[in-house]
Ligand binder design. Structure first.
Ligand code: CP3
Length: 349
């Protein structure tokens, strides 16, 4: 007797076809909080590690093995396609992306060339290896959204206020739109490489977009993110759209074209879903800073997130942002078990 093929709970929830199961994965689940990650990365730079398909496969699988999460996220970085497109950059440990020659003028923007899938052979190969290893567990592909990529290119590195980025955006709109159009092409190509090789969902990270007003977001950023999401729409995989501090932007972000909207911890999921008109599945949103609290506190907050998520037409459990490097992996393991064991009952309550 052959059992009917059941779609993964993660994919079903993205499509609002879930039963009461609550799928769970963690942003930045592959990385520094895992000793087995630190071991295989020893002596290899971040960007070099992303160009080695066997290593990418191993690192992507590590959290799936350890935590039993419902989805894998491709181990790479939002800066990888920019480097492939010829932009000189590095990822400095403890700092983040650093750009050799920041993009500040129309002439600088001209230096950004279109990217092709053929320029990402190590991505295609790693995804193929992964899909073969993962079996039923879906692989999530990802890319940085144009604003977040632009913020690194214009600032030259990480920033607190995005002052140079915002100044360019409002004072030279033509240069800004040219920059973001090029970044949208690069972002869409990075996603296309992953999806055509077998990734079964994508997440567009607009991590730093919460620094913008709704008016500036609508005029200067939303069309470019929508362009990326529309391009990838032809592949019919669920699209997740996430940013930090986006409570005031959620209504607009919902219109960008994704099936799932990721939410940080600053706004409860029932309120987030209301702002989204209860039209989208939501993903989130346990505060990552609470992972160091005693387990009963983490457990109560985890239950509260599940309860609030029940207001949305679908809920994928996640943190409100990435796993902090110092996190005890045992806590994430317990969260996964709790979400799987108690999730259905909490949702039905
Ligand atoms: O597990 C996963 O989520 C998959 C892999 C992944 C990485 N970066 C690996 C990584 C993903 C999805 C990203 C996306 C990414 N990269 C984003 C969007 C997500 C978010 O957190 O908002 C951003 C803004 C970046 C840029 C970037 N790359 C930063 C800010 C850093 C951290 C710098 C530091 O050292 O504090 C990186 C480096 C990076 N990317 C690491 C990892 C595992 C750490 C590098 C290391 O281990 O040396």
């Amino acid at each position: 007797m052959s059992a009917p093929t059941v779609e993964s709970p993660f994919l079903a929830t993205c499509r609002q076809q879930s039963d009461d199961r609550v799928p769970v994965w963690f942003m930045r689940q592959a990385g520094r909080s895992l000793p087995e990650y630190r071991q295989v990365r020893a002596g290899i730079s971040m960007l070099d590690s992303c160009a080695r398909p066997e290593l990418v496969t191993e690192i992507t699988l590590q959290p799936v093995r350890r935590y039993g999460v419902d989805a894998a996220i491709f181990y790479s970085d939002i800066m990888v396609p920019l480097k492939a497109a010829g932009i000189e950059l590095d990822i400095v440990p403890g700092t983040g992306p650093v750009i050799a020659e920041p993009i500040r003028s129309a002439a600088d923007v001209q230096r950004i060339r279109p990217l092709t899938v053929e320029q990402l052979p190590y991505v295609t190969e790693a995804v193929r290896l992964l899909v073969a290893e993962l079996g039923e567990t879906p692989l999530i592909g990802f890319a940085g959204a144009p604003f977040t990529l632009a913020s690194y290119l214009v600032e030259g590195g990480p920033s607190k206020d995005y002052a140079k980025t915002k100044a360019l955006m409002v004072s030279e709109p033509e240069v800004w739109h040219d920059l973001c159009s090029r970044l949208a092409q690069i972002s869409a190509t990075f996603l296309t490489a992953q999806v055509t090789a077998g990734a079964r969902a994508v997440q567009l990270f607009d991590s730093w977009v919460g620094s913008l007003s709704a008016a500036d977001y609508r005029a200067s950023v939303l069309p470019h993110s929508a362009e990326v999401l529309e391009t990838i729409g032809q592949y019919r995989v669920p699209r997740i759209h996430f940013g930090v501090g986006t409570g005031e932007l959620l209504t607009l972000m919902g219109t960008a074209g994704a099936e799932v909207v990721g939410v940080d911890w600053r706004i409860p999921l029932d309120e987030a879903s209301a702002r989204l008109g209860h039209r989208y599945a939501v993903q989130g949103n346990l505060d990552p800073a609470l992972l160091g609290a005693p387990w009963p506190v983490v457990a109560e907050r985890t239950r509260a997130v599940i309860a609030a998520g029940a207001a949305a037409p679908g809920h994928i459990f996640n943190l409100g942002h990435g796993v902090p490097p110092g996190t005890d992996p045992a806590v994430l393991e317990r969260i996964v078990d709790l979400v799987h064991d108690e999730g259905p009952e909490i949702r039905r309550a």
